[in-house]
Design a protein around this ligand. Sequence first.
Ligand SMILES: *Cc1c(COP(=O)(O)O)cnc(C)c1O
Length: 404
Amino acid sequence: MIPIIKPTMDEAEAEAARRVILSGWVTQGPEVAAFETEFATFTGAPHAAAVSNCTTALHLALLAAGVKPGDEVVTVSHSYIATANSVAYCGAIPVFVDIDPATYNIDPNLIERALSAKTSAILVVHQMGLPCDMAAVVDIAKTKGLPVIEDAACASGSEILWNGQWEKVGKVHGDVACFSFHPRKIMSTGDGGMLTTKHADWAAKFKLLRQHGMSVPDTVRHGSAQVIFETHPVLGYNYRMTDIQAAVGREQLKRLPGTVAHRRALADRYAELLGEAQWLSLVREPSYARTNWQSFCVRLPDSADQRTVMQAMLDAGVATRRGIMCAHREDVYASQPLRMSLPESEAAQDHAIVLPLYPQMTDEEQQKVTSTLIGATRPKIHSPKLQRWNLRPLPIEASLIVSE
Ligand SMILES: *Cc1c(COP(=O)(O)O)cnc(C)c1O
């Protein structure tokens, strides 16, 4: 069986976890601080704060952006449901904008139509690792004075062309970027998340809120020769990352450039192997984006049934996943009125599938995936034009088609 993804972890990660376990300090402490510094250096961001996962990162980002009950946040429905949920946690309403089917990312041309007097932030997603058109989004946000939050859950190691330079996602092209280290993502700490921001006061807020809103971090109390009584000036949360996770994350971060390069080579090979299958649409990188190929997504022809294709591939030993879900079609958001229809989001969910991609993948495995996919989706030829050139006697049904 060819799985959808395999984590890349070995003795280095195991040894890092062991070192922390035997150190006597396992929760948020020196390893988390070191991981934050290294992640900030990697992305080029001025500030980073580690948290328990990307969903909690998004919640804190929206709180720092000032999103409050009754507000509206413009975002996409076509995303993992955590994107919309983080808005709902603030008591705000996610206002869904459709995607550009070529990139599966927010269509910036539709954003202005979604804005209202209640809009307090724009929450974009770099879907499947491909950066969205941040320059266009930031232009709109600037004219309206709105903060931009990047859901970069899938985009560790992806790059954006910014003022003529390639920069890492998370250098912070909006106000704050949120990353995930769930095992389904390109680097993992089991579970985990990271915020990067250009605002020093937002970073301080993340560090306060992730630890119960407590005025004094554990590490400071622990290291103090004086007795310190902590206070809780604001409502906080327990959104901490542990030092065990952070130590694993530091090893994963060292691997990240290699992982991205390897995935990009595998994606090129997929594109080559699928080149003959004109009926399948692949994602092509726009001029402003370099993806980490967190997910390799293929759009099936509208005539193909997604579930049938996925089942045929599973029967042949190839795991796939359906396209990204739409939050507005889930019961939890179904009763919320839509400000605009979302045909491209829905079509992407219904007609796209994600192929296996992991660094250990062999060329034989890639060939098996593509030949199975091509076999399962090749259109049946019943075009009248082709039939006309067929020299064999036509079956009754076919001759009816020809005579139309
Ligand atoms: C995975 C994912 C999340 C949630 O990340 P967690 O770390 O599991 O909370 C949020 N948004 C997007 C786009 C994702 O892909």
